[in-house]
Design a binder for this molecule. Structure first.
Ligand SMILES: NCc1[nH]cc(CCC(=O)O)c1CC(=O)O
Length: 303
């Protein structure tokens, strides 16, 4: 290649690690050199403002807005994202062209060996409405304290005793070489965020060359599961700040999705499961959940 293929990413240590994984996979798939691909870090509003709750600084699109702009204006040829941070609805000019094979989807608990082992009234540091609701659902005695910042910041805040425990995605910890910290929470006890553990690559929808290149490192099964989890969010009119957990799996060509919706305080919830041949599983499951949801949950999901 004459000019390198530019891989846009946020500048956090996790984002850069993920972009480098994409670079290595693309070099391997094309038989090219790592130098054929350039990493282009883009600073986002979400990275800049670390001291306030996300909802306060505008909620949606904090991580992707600047990357979208750079992609659409041709500063980069693709953008690498943690799929769980990507808005439910994407601009039509941008296409999710590939999703890498999923890592460990679970959350890890740092500060105690298990949720049951947490002392009465323990302070849980999290700014995730899903994690807060799930923890309060399992243990109404727990207190939630706001906790933002990148993975290293959150581990440091825990060490500084700003909370007694926190939750982080196993996938991010693993990629940063920190899978030694904390203990994985079993999926039977806590489902992850939709798309957790999956790295996605977006391109301009009309850039056929980029699309074809990136498609070479797509993992079809992960792609189908993540798109089904995103379809559930769309059917619920939800986003990555909603107290919703979901996980799709494919076995023997059949997609099975489990999901849970919570009220903000975790007191009310509804859980369900559905299986089928395709992504319509998501809309069926969403309808079933909303139909059975207690009023406090339906209120949160606009049903
Ligand atoms: N919202 C931040 C975020 N986005 C993706 C990950 C982890 C990596 C992944 O899920 O792929 C994290 C950190 C965390 O939740 O612990």
């Amino acid at each position: 290649m004459d000019t390198p293929f530019r891989i846009g990413t946020r500048g956090s240590p996790l984002a850069l690690t993920q972009a480098n994984m994409v670079r290595a996979l693309l070099a391997e798939a094309t038989g090219g050199e790592p130098g054929d691909f350039a990493i282009v870090p883009i600073r986002t509003t979400g990275d800049r403002v670390q001291d306030r709750p996300l909802a306060e600084i505008g909620g949606k699109a904090l991580w992707t807005k600047e990357l979208d702009r750079a992609l659409l204006e041709g500063e980069i040829d693709c953008a690498v994202h943690s799929m769980k941070d990507v808005e439910t609805h994407r601009p039509p000019a941008i296409a999710i062209a590939a999703i890498l094979e999923r890592a460990d989807v679970r959350d890890r608990l740092l500060g105690a060996v298990s949720i049951d082992a947490l002392p009465h009234g323990a302070r849980i540091g999290t700014s995730s409405p899903r994690r807060a609701a799930q923890m309060r659902h399992l243990r109404p005695d727990l207190a939630i304290v706001p906790f933002r910042g990148n993975v290293d910041t959150r581990i440091a805040r825990l060490s500084a005793n700003e909370a007694d425990a926190t939750l982080l995605a196993a996938a991010g910890l693993e990629r940063l070489g920190r899978d030694d910290v904390g203990n994985a929470i079993p999926l039977e006890q806590m489902l992850p965020a939709p798309a957790q553990g999956a790295i996605g690559i977006e391109v301009r929808a009309d850039d056929a060359a980029a699309r074809a290149l990136v498609a070479r490192i797509d993992h079809a099964v992960t792609h189908a599961c993540v798109m089904a989890e995103r379809a559930l969010l769309a059917a619920l009119d939800a986003d990555c700040h909603s107290p919703v957990a979901a996980l799709a799996r494919i076995a023997d060509g059949r997609l099975t999705m489990r999901a849970e919706l919570f009220s903000e305080d975790g007191a009310a919830h509804v859980a369900g499961e559905a299986s089928g041949d395709d992504v319509t599983v998501a809309t069926r499951l969403a309808q079933d959940l909303l139909a059975r949801a207690p009023a406090a949950v339906r209120a949160r999901f606009g049903g």
